[in-house]
Design a protein around this ligand. Structure first.
Ligand code: PMP
Length: 405
């Protein structure tokens, strides 16, 4: 109860209220609510590795904590970690950033936030290539920017053609935000496709690329190419990455950005204003992770590959959908648009939200509607789940689609 008609919700800023609750959070909550009622629910909503962080990294964190890395550190990160990141970017990605151009962040999400706040003034535009990770839109809007979506569908292999991107550029465009390998579609841009995009960027000196490369290790076909390595692009690219997906470290909150010095400095200023440095002992563990071998990362990728192949074999038996075999990430993004508008169980599956609500309520399978990713046609299933969960989940999906067709 409030007193004197005091209403705390009336205090909320327009910016906060404009941010929609992420579709993924809504679906996960609904799945938990149904499970609490005693229903058996299979959830394929999660965007995080189901593996434990490798033992050597856990050990490095414990040792760092014991050694006293429990105080504030420098805002942009410990120099040794910034060096290790610059070295990783040079050796693995061919990117020539100096350690002074690296900012260590509290997850890749904060790296994106730092970068966008460093660039965007009220009314500035950021082009996002749809379908895109839901948080992009929220971060841009919170910074006062405008989200300009450039759409692609399964017919484009979920990669927006460069002409379509070029058409969306205005004098207010500050950046093009791209994600390869892509959450939610699994699309991976080839070198030639990145060349075409780089050509568009080079023709417009008032904007840059923000390249979110967080899924770089989870590529099954082709190779991951960093757009910042292409001609003239080093000074035009902010590279975003982190350890969450590659080293199964989602809860540790460790990411980074690398950008031309003035942008890196401004991003560090943003971070100094909001949150200060990333956790000190986690930074020391990140040095161990980046300097260590990649055996665990490769094993995880091979497990995801097997699951992807198993999932695609099961989806082939599902009527009414069209699915691209994802060349990267741990998501599949079937196009269910041919089924939208159908009536079943006394309801109309008018859009992807209604479709996913029905899948969950009638078949006990939680997925994420495309609407959460700026897409009106698809649903996202994560295969960062055990074989047993995947098997059960896909049986439910198949039963649901057979009932519908
Ligand atoms: N970018 C993309 C495309 C993601 O999917 C995620 C996590 N779901 C992030 C960034 C954020 O990762 P982090 O845990 O490092 O903040």
């Amino acid at each position: 109860m409030t007193q004197n008609n005091y209403d705390p919700s009336a205090l909320l800023s327009a910016r906060t209220t404009a941010i929609e609750e992420a579709g993924i959070i809504r679906m996960s909550q609904k799945a938990r609510d149904l499970a609490a009622e005693g229903r058996t629910i299979v959830s394929l909503t999660l965007g995080e590795p189901d593996f434990d962080t490798p033992a050597a990294i856990r050990k490095a964190a414990i040792e760092a904590m014991e050694a006293g890395y429990t105080h504030y550190g420098p805002v942009p990160g410990y120099p040794e970690l910034r060096e290790a990141i610059a070295e990783k970017l040079r050796v693995e990605n061919g990117l020539a950033y100096g350690a002074g151009e690296v900012v260590v962040t509290n997850g890749a999400k904060q790296a994106l936030t730092d970068a966008i706040y460093a660039l965007v003034d009220e009314g500035d535009e950021v082009i996002v290539l749809a379908p895109y990770w839901a948080s992009y839109a929220g971060i841009i809007k919170m910074a006062g920017g405008r989200v300009v979506e450039v759409a692609s569908t399964i017919d484009d292999d979920f990669k927006a053609p460069p002409e379509r991107i070029a058409d969306a550029i205005t004098p207010r465009t500050k950046a093009i935000l791209m994600n390869s390998p892509c959450n939610p579609s699994g699309a991976v841009y080839s070198r030639a496709e990145l060349e075409a995009l780089a050509e568009v960027v080079r023709a417009h000196p008032h904007l840059c690329i923000i390249a979110d490369e967080i899924y770089e290790y989870i590529v099954f076909e082709g190779e991951h190419v960093s757009i910042g390595t292409l001609e003239g692009m080093a000074e035009r690219t902010i590279t975003i990455n982190g350890l969450s997906k590659s080293f199964a470290m989602t809860g540790w909150r460790l990411g980074y950005l690398a950008a031309p010095a003035p942008i890196a400095k401004a991003a560090s200023k943003v971070q100094g204003t909001f949150t200060s440095a990333a956790n000190s002992f986690v930074q020391r563990a990140a040095i161990a992770a980046l300097k260590g071998d990649r055996t665990a990362c490769e094993e995880m990728r091979e497990t995801y590959r097997k699951r992807r192949d198993a999932v695609m074999a099961r989806l082939a038996a599902c009527p009414g959908i069209e699915t691209m075999t994802p060349p990267g990430t741990f998501y599949v993004f079937p196009d269910v648009s041919a089924l939208l508008g159908r009536e079943i169980d006394g309801r109309v599956l008018a859009d992807t939200d209604a479709f996913c609500d029905w899948l969950l309520e009638a078949h006990g399978l939680a997925t994420v509607p495309g609407s959460a990713f700026g897409d009106a046609r698809c649903v996202r299933l994560s295969f960062a789940a055990s074989d047993a969960q995947l098997d059960d989940g896909l049986s439910r999906f198949e039963a649901a689609l057979k009932a519908l067709s």
